[in-house]
Design a binder for this molecule. Structure first.
Ligand code: F3S
Length: 289
């Protein structure tokens, strides 16, 4: 059995930055509240809960004096609500996400109606739409645009930062065909995150070479779910796990190769535990044959 890990795993710079800021805030202010989980990883959220960090679903639920904006960002209207209550606000929005927010704001202020390629239920996407003052739509299906009753004159297109580049390109191509006969101006901005793109490329390359892929990351993490989809799209059996405890001996067979990759909100020690467990299984499998 051969085990290979992609070069880049563990936290991305945006997650590292968010966690460092939250840790400092918790040390300085004691109990702080994050609006939504700081990152989409339950183990990380549990770790911070031990430092007194509470997660609330909505800005209105903040009870204390310090509110933390999670790495996925918040619509400016929600941040304003917090400010109006004179709370101390600590912003851990990833700089790449903030770039997408500013792009949405710029386009909407210039009179563009926005199409965001992303999951409408994801907090990052909801926030970006908020930065465009709700002047647009978030969707993963170009057919939603085809169904519009009336086409706006100017349309701006951008993407949730962690989406797949190929799917975004296909979406944009569909939109060009659909909208060009009706609109005066179509502006496409590439707001995809570079770290995500590199991980997707490396994971796909590895998935093409191995018999089994293990993708480590939170089940509610968009970038991890997309990595798992990409690995399966190579025709390789893929398991999305959160911890080493989920790995089953029956997945691994002697002589088969295993690839490991991870989402961007998973701590290094979890990857280390996954690698350790796989190495132990390899040793047992090698001894038994
Ligand atoms: Fe930011 Fe990209 Fe990480 S958007 S949080 S650097 S995956």
């Amino acid at each position: 059995m051969q085990i290979t890990k992609t070069e880049e795993t563990g936290f991305c710079f945006g997650v590292k930055r968010a966690l460092k800021t939250l840790e400092e805030a918790a040390q300085k202010h004691g109990g702080v509240e994050t609006v939504g989980p700081v990152v989409h990883n339950q183990q990380v959220v549990d770790q911070f809960a031990r430092l007194g960090v509470r997660v609330v679903a909505d800005p209105d639920e903040v009870k204390g004096n310090v509110a933390v904006i999670a790495s996925h960002g918040l619509p400016p209207q929600a941040a304003e609500k917090l400010k109006s209550r004179r709370l101390t606000i600590i912003d851990t929005t990833c700089p790449n996400v903030h770039k997408a927010q500013l792009a949405a704001k710029r386009l909407s202020e210039a009179g563009f109606w926005l199409v965001i390629f992303g999951d409408p239920a994801h907090p990052e996407v909801k926030a970006i739409l908020g930065w465009a003052n709700q002047q647009g739509i978030a969707t993963l299906e170009s057919s939603d645009i085809a169904r519009l009753d009336k086409f706006p004159k100017r349309v701006g297109v951008l993407s949730q930062t962690t989406r797949n580049e190929r799917q975004f390109t296909n979406f944009v191509n569909d939109l060009v065909g659909l909208l060009l006969p009706h609109v005066q101006e179509l502006s496409v901005l590439n707001t995809l995150c570079d770290v995500t793109r590199r991980r997707q490329t490396a994971s796909l390359e590895l998935a093409r070479k191995v018999d089994l892929m293990i993708v480590v990351g939170g089940r509610n993490s968009a970038n991890t779910r997309i990595l798992a989809e990409i690995c399966s799209s190579a025709g390789t059996k893929t398991h999305h796990i959160e911890t080493a405890a989920e790995i089953k001996e029956s997945w691994l067979q002697h002589g088969k190769s295993v690839g490991v990759t991870s989402g961007t909100s998973i701590p290094d020690n979890v990857i280390d535990e996954v690698m350790l467990k796989l190495m132990e299984m390899k040793r047992r499998s090698d001894v038994g044959n």
